[in-house]
Design a binder for this molecule. Structure first.
Ligand code: S3P
Length: 257
């Protein structure tokens, strides 16, 4: 028992050392962030994170701990991203746009790059109702869905530092746009009708396009909605022929300007 207590004391000592060093490290991370911001440099640099992981493996004296050291540094990298995001984005990053414009996939990618929580309004509605969007439309109709959507948006607006992907129709109600505006920066993901059609032509989860999944219909709907999207947005990003990572990086650069 004495031996165990002795060892535990050592662990406590090293934990305190870790805390002290970690605090110093986080302080420097924030200093670097401010410097990069002032110099208009990209804040999140994945190549630098890769170098850190390589260096950690090179510098370890007891190679049998290499997997754990790698895990440790991967966690540190994630925590550093999260810390910076918390300081840079004390508001929500809100994605709007037509169905198939990439709101969900780019939302998830932003969440990975920034270590911020990702929320999807459609997913929240589905969870709340315990039903798919298709079934909600079928059973209760579009008005009912819009009402639920408005409730969800209203509740989301007291949140902060989240990435929110909105359903394609949120901009149709001005209360939604007002609420979203108060809580963050709105980014309109724009895409051509042909791009949208190619992305969603085999998708059966969109009730508004059921039985009308054609490029012509998408074009018509887009024409009706484009003005709503543009008028609601702080930033417009074109997504045609770009990868989700390229688009997410573009958004980060825009917001850090
Ligand atoms: C809708 C878009 C859908 C979903 C619902 C209505 C719309 O979301 O909210 O089917 O009116 O454009 P996605 O844009 O995520 O598909």
């Amino acid at each position: 028992m004495d031996e165990l207590n002795k060892l535990r004391k050592q662990i406590d000592y090293y934990d305190q050392e870790l805390i002290d060093i970690f605090e110093k490290r986080m302080k420097i991370v924030l200093e670097i962030m401010s410097y990069k911001k002032a110099q208009k440099m990209p804040i999140f640099q994945e190549d630098r994170e890769k170098q850190m992981l390589e260096k950690a493996s090179e510098n370890i004296s007891n190679k049998s701990f290499e997997p754990e050291v790698q895990d440790f540094f991967k966690s540190i990298i994630k925590i550093s991203r999260k810390l910076q995001s918390r300081h840079l984005f004390n508001y929500n990053i809100i994605l709007i746009g037509f169905m198939g414009s990439g709101k969900s996939s780019i939302g998830k990618e932003l969440s990975r790059l920034l270590e911020m929580e990702w929320i999807d309004t459609d997913v929240l509605i589905e969870k709340k109702m315990n039903m798919s969007i298709n079934s909600i439309f079928e059973k209760y109709g579009e008005d009912f869905f819009r009402h639920k959507e408005e409730e969800v948006i209203q509740r989301l607006c007291c949140k902060n530092n989240k990435i929110i992907s909105c359903g394609g129709g949120v901009v149709l109600r001005k209360e939604n746009v007002e609420n979203l505006r108060k809580s963050g920066k709105i980014i309109f993901l724009q895409a051509k009708p042909e791009t949208i059609y190619q992305r969603i032509k085999n998708d059966t989860t969109r009730p508004l396009l059921k039985g009308r999944m054609t490029q012509t219909y998408i074009e018509k709907k887009l024409k009706q909605r484009n003005e709503y999207y543009r008028n609601s947005a702080d930033f417009v990003i074109n997504t045609d022929s770009k990868t989700k990572t390229e688009i997410a990086r573009e958004i980060i650069v825009l917001l850090c300007r």
